[in-house]
Structure formats: C-alpha cells, structure tokens
Design a protein around this ligand. Structure first.
Ligand code: FAD
Ligand code: SF4
Ligand code: SF4
Length: 478
C-alpha cells in the first residue's frame, strides 16, 4: 500500500477541468468535465489512509472513503463501486453537488500545505463508470412481502427510503404532486450543477426494481392523507420545505419581483423541453433584463447563474453581509464570479421602485456589528448609505419554511416544532401518528441532499423494524 498511496507529497491536487466560461455561459450543461481513469487513479492515490479518517467522520453518510479511494488507486473499480454504494443510494449525485468543502474534503487531514484529496470527484467517477459498465442493477428483493409502504415525496429522502424498503421486499408506492421524480433534484437544482439525465436514470432504475410511482398525486389536495394512510401499512412523509421566506416593504408586490423557486422551476422545465408559458411570456425569463437577486445562499447562486445563461443584460447579487459570512458554498460563488455575476456585498433592499412593474431596487449600505446571542455578527444600516440599482427582474432567494402540513393533511396529531418542521421521535423517525414516519427537509428544515439520503435510509430501517414488530404481534395474537 505504502508505495501506491500517500502520493500527496508528490502529486498536486487536481480537480476536474471546468469548461471555458464563454462556452458554459451559453448552455445548461454541467461545468465540470469527467475525470479520466489516469487522473482519477492518481488523485485517489493521494490519500494517506488515515487510521481515524476525518473525511468519513464528516460525511453525513459515513462513507467508507479511504477504502474506495484505495480500491480506485489500485484499479479495482467494481469493488470500489460496491463499497461506495453500500452506504449511499446516489453517490454520483453527492459527488457532484455535496458542498465537499464543508464536509468530507474540508476535513481531509492531509498535512498543511497540501490540498485535500478530491473525494467528491472520485466518488462521481466511480459510479459514473459503474453505470457505463452496467454494474448498477435494479433492486432485486430476495423475498416479496405483502405489506405496503406509502412514501409522500419523490425527493432524495423519499427515493433513498424507497430503495431501502424495496430491498427488504416491501410493496413501495411513492406519491408526488409533480409530474417527474426527483423533487429539488429535478426542478430546483439547475442542470449546470446536476444534469437531469442523471436524476432520471435513478428514477428509471427504481421503477425497474418494482417501486411504483404515482405522479401528479397531491396528498392533502386531490388525495386525502387519511385515504392514503388507510391503504398502506406504513407511511413516510418526505415532502421537503417549499414556502418561500418573503420580503415586505414598499413595492414588494410589483410585477417582476418573483420567488426564487418559481424562477428556477420554470427554467428547469424549459430545459426539460416542457411548454412553459411563464418563460415564453418573459415573466420568468431573464433574457435581456437587468437582474437583481437578493440572498447569499446556494439558491441565490443558482438563480444568478441561471440568469447569466438566459442572456440577462446584467446580473447582480445583493447580500447584506460580506463574502466571508455568506452561507453559500465558496465554490459556487467563485463559479458565479467567473461567469460575470457582480456581487454587491453589505447591502440590503429597502424598496422596489416602479409603477406596475419593477424598474429599480433602492438599497441600504450595511456594516457588521457586534455578535448576537448566536455568535453571528449583527447587520446594521450605515446612516445615509443609500443607492439604487436598475432592475427589470428581482429574484427573492431568502430561504424556505415548511408548509402547514397538519392543516393540509387534516391531522392535528401531526405535531410540529416551533419552526413548523414535523416533530418526530429522534430514534424511530415516527411522528405523533402511529405508523407515520417523516424524513428529509420536512423534519430538518432546508438542508442538503446528502442529509436527506441519510434520513431516508434511517427512516426506512425504522419502518422495517416497525412492520416486523407489528407482524410478530399479529402472529402472537392469532
Ligand atoms: P425535496 O427534494 O424537496 O422533495 C420533496 C418532494 O415532495 C417534492 O418532489 C414535492 O413535489 C413532493 N411533495 C411535497 N408536498 C407534497 C404533497 N402534499 N403531495 C405529494 N408530493 C408532495 N443541496 C445540496 O446538497 N447541494 C446543492 O447544491 C443544493 N442546491 C440546492 C439548490 C436549490 C435551488 C434548492 C432549493 C435546494 C438545494 N439543495 C442543495 C438542498 C436540497 O435540494 C434539499 O435539501 C433536498 O432536496 C431535500 O430533500 P427532500 O427529499 O427532503 O425534499
Ligand atoms: Fe463527501 Fe458528500 Fe460523498 Fe460524503 S456523500 S463523501 S460528504 S461528497
Ligand atoms: Fe484520505 Fe484525507 Fe480521508 Fe485521510 S482524511 S483518509 S487523507 S481522504
């Protein structure tokens, strides 16, 4: 091992090449090129095979990173894929969109002065290769079980749970109000971070494995929750969080001031080839417009970069703190800057100007004050520091809250936390309703894909335990 691994002292870090800026500004394809085999092998060999691998500790799925890096360095890719897929239902997706700088790679302990191992890119390479070689197979349960489980929500939490339950042989039915599978993977996250074929490939694989999808099924709307629950032995709620945090003030209701997810969903649909009147009419299309995006998270980064690709006349991102205090991934901020987005730091909107349609944003200059109770520096306006930015389209990307599910589902016993997320027992993932479980953003609040996968897997194992226990109780009662 010693000669093959520990190559970080000799080999510099190499991330996958990025496509040239003019080329990537013109389409919605992924910006990173694939790793080729020599580069993936060489980069994997930089790992020093730590006895206590901090990369693994800081991966929400506790992926066995050192083992699959070593297998990749040795060219044993099929085994690397087996190890990688044992703990992750979508390694090729996490490899692309996990904020690795804050998770595995950010905690890689290669000595100071050497850059971390490129864990995400190797993870992506392993599973992309596995798909190419035909090693990725649909689920084949060893035995079929009669019990059925309903999963509400076909996002990463619901899909991970569906796969794990199907492996156990349950009859798994996934219900989603959308017409496609993937949740935010399909309609939130843009193609330049995650191409849609990658999500659709997982959808088709689950279908081939026997998971039944019921699309266009709005639970709590056309189909009542009680009806759904009565038809299944257990239910998992994995509905995500979709209520946009709003911004009030003068002109907030003007035409052209729009929520981020409406804008991104329309763009994703348009790229998927759907007829989208709101895009064609120009209402949710940045072409030729001066665009101002408000917010500093990953959703704001996705909006600015989408606007660039739609041919906006100018794209500015207004954020009330500075770059160092931005919640968005630094990798995405850098990509946005390269693509021509202008960041206006320490600035907050005060009013949206215009008669019926927005024409400008009036903003206040801010400065960072003393830390508050949470330890984060407060933000205060600078007296007299006002300025105006021209804007035909203003996109609000201020985060998301949960919808009122107890009301929508007509279930008062579905209790919520003070943030409106569903309350579950931490160990069992069960809500206040027996046999009803919950996972993903609807429990955690807006989070990450990798956490949704982890929660979906854990909830599935708790559902399995619950159904087994119930089966034992009914046999004993007979
Ligand atoms: P979702 O993915 O939201 O899926 C929930 C599903 O439930 C949806 O399909 C919805 O249609 C369905 N649903 C909701 N209510 C009902 C109902 N009543 N009946 C039927 N179906 C219903 N995370 C990362 O790790 N990396 C990123 O780069 C990243 N970028 C992001 C960019 C954007 C713009 C956004 C908004 C989020 C991003 N995230 C990112 C966060 C990540 O997408 C979420 O944390 C993750 O998708 C949550 O998974 P989930 O399964 O809990 O919910
Ligand atoms: Fe890193 Fe995410 Fe992969 Fe874990 S799942 S190893 S955090 S990229
Ligand atoms: Fe390898 Fe870095 Fe993980 Fe150590 S922390 S095992 S060097 S990837």
């Amino acid at each position: 091992m010693a000669e093959r691994m520990l190559q970080f002292v000799r080999l510099p870090q190499q991330t996958p090449d990025k496509r040239a800026v003019p080329e990537r500004r013109a389409d919605f394809d992924e910006i990173y090129e694939d790793f080729d085999t020599p580069r993936a092998t060489a980069q994997a060999s930089r790992c020093s095979q730590c006895g206590v691998p901090f990369c693994q500790v800081h991966c929400p799925l506790s992926n066995n990173i050192p083992d699959w890096l070593k297998l990749t360095a040795e060219g044993r890719l099929e085994e690397a894929y087996e190890v990688s897929s044992a703990t992750n239902n979508m390694p090729e997706i996490c490899g692309r969109i996990c904020p690795q700088d804050r998770l595995c790679e950010g905690n890689c302990v290669i000595e100071k002065g050497f850059e971390s191992v490129t864990i995400g890119a190797v993870e992506r390479y392993i599973t992309d290769t596995a798909f190419e070689k035909g090693w990725v197979k649909p689920v084949k349960p060893r035995q079929e079980r009669a019990e059925s489980v309903a999963i509400i929500g076909a996002g990463p939490a619901g899909l991970a749970a569906a796969e794990m339950l199907r492996r156990q042989g349950y009859q798994v039915h996934v219900y989603d109000r959308y017409d496609r599978v993937g949740g935010l993977l399909i309609y939130g996250i843009p193609g330049f971070k995650l191409e849609k074929e990658i999500v659709i490939r997982r959808w088709k694989l689950l279908e081939e494995g026997g998971v039944v999808f019921h699309l266009g099924a709005d639970i709590g709307g056309a189909v009542s929750f009680a009806e759904l629950r009565a038809g299944h032995d257990a239910v998992l709620i994995a509905t995500g969080v979709y209520k946009p945090r709003d911004i009030g003030g003068i002109g907030a209701n003007l035409e052209g001031v729009v929520p981020a997810l409406d804008y991104l969903t329309v763009s994703n649909r348009q790229n998927l080839g759907d007829a989208v009147p709101l895009f064609d009419s120009g209402a949710l299309n940045a072409q030729g417009k001066h665009v101002v995006v408000i917010g500093g998270g990953d959703t704001a980064m996705d909006c600015v970069r989408t606007a660039v690709r739609q041919g906006a006349a100018s794209v500015k991102c207004l954020y009330r703190r500075d770059k160092a205090n931005m919640p968005g991934s630094m990798r995405e901020v850098k990509n946005a800057e390269e693509e021509g987005v202008e960041f206006v730091w320490l600035a907050a909107p005060e009013a949206f100007l215009g008669d019926t349609h927005v024409t400008a944003v009036r903003a206040a200059r801010m400065h960072l004050g003393l830390p508050d109770a949470s330890g984060r520096q407060s933000v205060e306006p600078i007296a007299g520091g006002h300025f105006t930015l021209q804007a035909d389209l203003v996109i609000k990307a201020l985060g998301f809250d949960p919808e009122d599910l107890p009301q929508a589902f007509g279930e008062a016993d579905l209790t919520v936390t003070r943030w409106g997320t569903l309350k579950v027992d931490n160990r069992t993932f069960m809500t206040g309703l027996p046999g009803v479980f919950a996972a993903g953003d609807i429990v955690r609040g807006a989070s990450l894909v990798v956490w949704a996968i982890k929660d979906g897997r854990d909830a599935a194992s708790q559902i399995h335990a619950f159904l087994q226990q119930n089966a034992t109780v009914s046999v004993a009662a007979e």
